[in-house]
Design a protein. Sequence first.
Lengths: 621, 306
Amino acid sequence: MFSFDSLSVLFLGLIFLGVIPNLFYMSGYLSHIKRKTYFLINYFAFIASMIGVVLSNEVMSFLFFWELMSLTSWQLILTEPTQSNLKAARFYFFMTHFGFVFILLFFLLLSGNNLFSDFSSLKEAAFNFKYPTLLFFLMTIGFLSKAGAVPLHVWLPYAHPAAPSPVSALMSGVMLKVAIYAFLRFIFILPSWQIEWGIVILVVGALSALVGVLYALSEHDIKALLANHSVENIGIILIGIGVGMIFTTLKLPLLAAFAFIAAVYHTFNHMSFKSLLFMSAGSVLHETHTKNIEKYGGLIKNMPITAFMFLIAAISISALPPTNGFLSEWMIFQSMLNSSGINELSLKLFFPFAIFALALTGGLAIACFVKAFGITFLGLYRSTNAKHAKEVNILMQTGQILMAGVVISLMLFLPFVIKFINSALPIENIYSKIFPNIWVMHSISHNGGAVSPLLLLGGLIVVSALILVFYKSLNIKKRISHTWACGYNTSAKSQYSATGFAGPIRRFFGWLYRPEVHTHTQTLAGHKTKFSSSLYEVHVKPLFEKSLYEGTKKAVNIIAYYVYRLSHFEKVKYEALIFNLIILVLFSYRVFYHAISWGNILLEIIIMAVFVKILIIGDKK
Amino acid sequence: MIDYILTVLLVFMISPFLVGLIKSFKMFMLFKRPVSPFQPYVDFMKLIKKEVIYSKESSVITKIAPFMILSPIIVVVFLLPPIFHGSFYISFMDAFTITGLLSLSTFFLMLLGLDSASAFGGIGSSREAFIAALVEPAMILTVFTISLIANNIGVGEAALNLSFHFPIHHAASFILAGIAFFILLIAENGRIPVDNPETHLELTMVHEAMILDRSGPDLALIETAGALKFGVFASLFVTLFLPFGANLCWCLAVSVFVLKLVFVSLVVGWIEINTAKLRLFKVPNLLGIAIIFGFLSLVIYYILGA
C-alpha cells in the first residue's frame, strides 16, 4: 500500500519542510480561529492526506488520499463561513472534482479491472496501452487543474486566500507541490513520450507564468496577490518540466536531467518562499484585520520581524541573486540556453517564446513585490488598524523564522539539495557534472555558464561591510527632520497607493486587463473643478474567468435549454435517443479497445450523424 | 592578478568621469560654458562631508538601502569581461547573474523611493518599476543571444571569443542585439529620452524622484552607484558589441578600451541633445523596439542561423 521509494521520500521531505514551521505558526494563529476543534481535525487530516498521497503505491490508496486532501482543504476554506468564502469553497469544490474525474478516468483506463494494482504494474499497462496521448491529456488535465496551471487556474486566487493564513500557506506552499509530485510520478510511467507533449507543457507553463504575474500586479488583496504568484511559479516549474520532456524525446538525457532538476528545485524553493510570504501576510492580516493592501502602510516600524521575513521571501521570489529563487530560475534559463543546437523548426519558435515569457515574468515579479512590500510595510499607515498593529506573538514569529531558515538553507546547501533531487528522479546522474566542486554550480553544456551563490553572498557581504567601514569613518552627523513634500505636510493620503503604483503597468496592459474604473466625485455647488470628496476604484476581472468560464456557463445554459425541449418529446423520440446512445457507446468501445482505421471512424461518425438527423431532429416544420 | 585589480580600479575610477564627460559635452554642444568632466569627483568629496537628514516617516530601509544599492553594482564590476587577453578575470559568472545583481540594486532603489511616504518617491518607484519590468526581458533576450553567438555563456569567455574569432556569419543577429543593448544602456541609466537626469520636475523625474529625500554621504553612495552602473553598461557594450582591441598589447588594449568608453559616452550625449524626453507612456515604444530587436535577433539566430 505504501512505499518509500526515492521520489516519495523527496516529496515527503518537502512536506515536512513546509509543515513543521507551519505547525508553530498555526498554534500561534489558533486563538484567532473560532471553531477550533473543527479546524484542528481538518488541519491534521489535511497534512496526513498529503503525506498519504506521496507515499501511496497503489491506485486505490492514492485516490483515497487525493480525495481526502481535496475534501479537507475544502472544509478548511469553510473555517470562517462568510458569504465570499462560501462562494470560493463551492468553486474550489467544483474545480477539484472536475480534475478528479480526469484522474479517475486515467486510472480506470490504465489499471484494467484491478484498482488495487500498484504503480509498477501500471507501468506495464501503460506500455501496452494503445493511446498514450489520451493518457497524457487525462493526466495533465487532472493533475494540473489541481496545480493551478492556465486555463484551469481561476479557482486558485479565490480558494487559497479564503482559508485561514496557515492553511493558505499549506495549500499554496505544499498542496500544489503534491500535484506536481503526482504529475512527475505518472509522467515517468508513460512510455514513448511525444515531442508535442513537452511543447504543450512548455506553452502551458509560459502562459501560466505570464498570466499569474500580470493578475498579481493588479490585485489589491494581499493574499490573492500571493495566490496569483503561485500560478506564476507553477508556470515556471512547468517550463522546466516541459523543457526536460522535450530534451528526453530528442534523446538528450543529460540536458533533460538538468531541466528536471531545475524544475524540482524550483518546486522546493517555491514551497519555502511562498509559505513564508503567506505566513507574513497572515501576520499582517492578523494584526490589521483586513486583506486590502490599500489599508496597510508603515508596518515595518511596528512589526520589524514580520517585515524582514517578508523582505527575504520577496527578494527570493523576485529571483534576485543570490537567493534560491534566482538559482532555480538561472537553472531553467541555462537549460533553455542548451536548446540552440536542435534541428526542429517547431522548437525553434517555442523556445524563444518561452524565454521571452520567463524574462518578462521576472521583470513584472520584481515590480509586483516592490509594490507588495513597499505599500504594506513602508511609508505611513493608511488606516487606524495599521497604526495600532503590533508584532505578532512569539509562536507565529518562530514559524516565520523557521521558514526563513528553510529559504536560506535551500540556497546555502544547494549542492546537497541538488544531489538529493538528482538521485530521486529517474534520470541520468549528472550531479558530478553540475558540481565539480561544491562551491560553484555549472551548467550542463560544455560552454555553459556557472554561478556560485556562496561567492555572490560573500561578495555582497564583504563589499557592504567595506562600504560600512568607509561610511562609519566619515563621522557623519545625522538628523531626523521633515523632508520636502511640495510645501504640504506628508500625510497618509499624499503617498502613493497600490493602485497608483501599478498604474503605468495596468495602463500598458490595458488590452488584457480591461479594467472597470469607477470614479465618483462630489462637486461643490456645480463647480466641476472643486470637490469635497472623490473616489477612484479599479477592478480587474480575469480574462479567463470572463471568457472561458462564463462562456462555458452560457453554453451549458443553451444546451440545457435544448435538453429541456427534448424532455417534452413523445415516446418514440425517447426510444430513438436511447438507440443513438447505444450506438455511440458501441462505436466508442470499438474506437478505444480495438485496432481501428480512420476510415472506420469516419464511417461511424457518418452513421451516427444520419441516425441523429433522421431519428431525433426529424423534419423541419 | 595585478592586471585584474588594475582593470577593476580603472572601471571604478573612470565611471564618474564618463558621466561628467557626457554632461560637459552636452553643455559644450549647447554653447554653454562646460563644467569640468571631473565634476562628479568634486561632488562626491563635497557630499561625504555633509550631514545626513532622514525623513521623519522613513524606516530602517532608508538606512540600509544605499548600501544595498551600491554593493551589488560593485560586485558586478568585479565580474566584467577582461579588457585585454591574459588579464585575470572571474570567468565563470554569466550575464544572467549580472542582470540579476543590477535588478537587486534597482529593487532596493524602488523600496527607498516608497519609504519616505513622499508622493515624489512613489512616482519615481512606480515609473522605475514600469521601465524595469520592460527592460528585464529585453536584457535577458539580448544577453541570451550574445552568449549563443559567442558560443559561451560566461561573459569573460564570450568577450574573448568575439574578439578573437568574430562569428561573421551571425552578423545579423549580432547587430540587432547590439541595437537592443544600446537602447537598454540608455533606459537603464536614466538618460534622455527615457529619463532626464538633470531636472527635478515631477513630470519628468524617474531616478531623481526616488532619491529626492536623500542627502550627504547617502546621496554620494547612490550617485556613485549610478555612475558605476553607467560604467558597467558601457564596458559591457564595448567589450561585447564592439569587440576589437583586446588582442593588442596591454597598454594599447587599455587605451583602446578607454577610447571606446569615451566614444560611447559621447554618442549618449549626442543622442541626449538631439532628442526630447519621451512621455512615460511613449517609453514602452522605445523599449518595445529593444524587446523586438532582442527577440528578432534570437529568432534569426535560431531559425536562420545568421
